[in-house]
Design a protein around this ligand. Structure first.
Ligand code: ATP
Ligand code: MG
Ligand code: MG
Ligand code: MG
Length: 469
């Protein structure tokens, strides 16, 4: 059985064998794109190549890209631990054509790789296409011999990708596997599609238009290909397990957690182990790139991920710093593919340890305040936004931590009250801001916060805008 590390190599080797340039993962903090919080897809490092602004010495490429979806447009944070397929940090395997091959080859490669090299059962596979994409329909029929009911036409933007309001865009086609009736869920387009029976593992994007500002679309003279396969999802499929968290890599991380907390997971506690294993990966990779926990922007999303993992560690009964002890296990699993982990091991360990000490110091005081304020509340009540904000501001309780702590008592939190308090504080901070001396940078950051709203900027948006690779 192939390990996660072997599956990564198989994918990249397959496309290198087809003449693709093997390119290293781009950074998680995208360069030259302050509007994007974290790299969330393989195409991010190639944006300027697709638009033609930048030239490379190759016209096809393959990568395994580090991705984080924990804030902004793609936010899977709240899914983690509760679905079988979502992580905040994952690796997206991709093949790219920059005006080289197009739909025919992209579909033929995908089919060959999954049915020959990965030996997936053909009769369990099905695909979605954009409803108007008759070309993709015909190619899938020819290449895979699918009957019409296994090529599902989706009319929504889920199957139409665009880079932004203008620029390259086009239909996409997603590949799913039916993992059997014993797993709840329905095929894409059905009311039960959010279940895990039909697992989406690969998205092929056919960039064939250029969106104009006036709403019209021009045909690109040399259309391009951008694909993304979730490595961990593929591993779950190939290893015959239901969830990403049962693959070899996650089993090792969960075992390490069990030995640090001194307890094996049970049905009641397994979600905490999963959250910790996932969040350990996101926080370590972000710190390795120099992101540090703070109360602003990217640093705040990182802090939120870290504190969430730490809160789950306390739920498992630890009352001293524990997460930092898991770093060696992660280095063992992933440093061969990502040497920045071993290079940054000391920084990662110390940053996590320090944040844990800080967190534990304020946790008990914060929980006490929460108890006092929420003590008289009962099922169906709401904690006021000012208190939630005070917990955030003074005790470093991210909003979702407060929500988490109250959830099992059936108490909600006034989110818009929280956001108002936050916005008021931001306005005051800005009025007092003397600037970093870099006017352009300040303008960019404040500009983003204004445009997307302070709360989304901080990663509070929970809606998952999909369909983007
Ligand atoms: P889903 O509908 O399951 O949330 P998606 O449509 O948002 O997935 P894409 O944007 O199409 O995902 O990304 C391409 C591939 O990356 C997906 O087919 C999947 O294999 C993988 N992927 C996406 N999000 C995650 C995640 N949060 N965790 C692990 N893998 C993911
Ligand atoms: Mg998604
Ligand atoms: Mg998709
Ligand atoms: Mg999807």
């Amino acid at each position: 059985m192939k390990s996660v590390n072997e599956i990564r190599s198989s994918f990249v080797d397959y496309f290198r064998g087809k003449g693709h340039e093997g390119v290293a993962s781009g950074p998680l903090v995208p360069r030259n794109d302050p509007t994007l919080m974290f790299t969330n897809a393989g195409m991010v490092q190639f944006k300027n190549v697709f638009t033609g602004v930048e030239k490379r010495p190759y016209s096809t490429a393959t990568t395994s890209q580090k991705c984080v979806r924990a804030g902004g447009k793609h936010n899977d944070l709240d899914n983690v631990g509760f679905t079988a397929r979502h992580l905040t940090f994952f690796e997206m395997l991709g093949n790219f054509s920059f005006g080289d091959y197009f739909k025919d080859e992209a579909i033929a490669y995908a089919w060959e790789l999954v049915t020959k090299d990965f030996e997936l059962p053909k009769d369990k596979l099905l695909v979605t296409i954009y409803s108007e994409d008759d070309e993709a329909h015909a190619i899938w029929k020819k290449v895979a011999g699918f009957s019409d009911d296994r090529i599902i036409r989706i009319p929504t933007s889920d199957n139409f990708w665009s880079m932004g309001d203008t620029g390259p865009c086009g239909p996409c086609s997603e590949i799913f596997i039916d993992r059997g009736e014993h797993i709840w869920g329905g095929p894409p387009g059905s009311p039960e599609e959010d279940g895990d029976r039909f697992l989406e593992f690969w998205n092929l994007v056919f960039m064939q238009y250029e969106q104009q500002a006036d709403g019209s679309r021009l045909e690109l003279p040399r259309p391009s290909i951008d694909t993304g396969m979730g490595l961990e999802r593929m591993a779950a499929v190939l290893q015959g397990v239901e969830s990403i968290f049962e693959t070899d890599m996650f089993r090792h991380l969960i075992d390490a957690t069990a030995s640090v907390v001194g307890k094996a997971p049970t049905d009641e506690t397994v979600a905490s182990y999963r959250v910790i294993a996932d969040h350990l990966r996101s926080m370590s990779f972000l710190i390795a790139e120099g992101v540090l926990p703070s109360n602003e922007g990217r640093g705040y999303v990182l802090r939120r991920i870290m504190r969430r993992a730490m809160r789950h560690a306390t739920l498992l009964g630890t009352n001293e710093a524990a997460i930092y002890k898991l770093v060696p296990a992660l280095v063992r699993e992933m440093a061969q593919a990502y040497p920045e982990l071993s290079q940054g091991e000391k920084l990662i360990t110390e940053t996590i340890h320090l944040e844990e000490e800080r967190f534990l110091k304020t946790l008990s005081r914060g929980l006490q305040i929460l108890d006092e304020q929420a003590g008289s509340l009962g099922e169906g009540d709401t904690l006021d936004g000012e208190t939630a904000f005070k917990l955030y501001d003074t005790f470093g309780f991210p909003l979702d931590l407060t929500q988490d702590a109250l959830r099992n008592r059936g108490i909600g939190v006034d989110v818009s009250g929280f956001q108002n308090a936050m916005a008021r504080q931001k306005a005051e901070a800005r009025a007092n801001w003397s600037g970093s001396g870099e006017a352009a940078t300040d303008a960019i950051w404040f500009g983003i916060a204004d445009r997307v709203g302070a709360t989304e900027f901080l990663g509070y948006e929970t809606e998952d805008a999909e369909g983007e690779v």
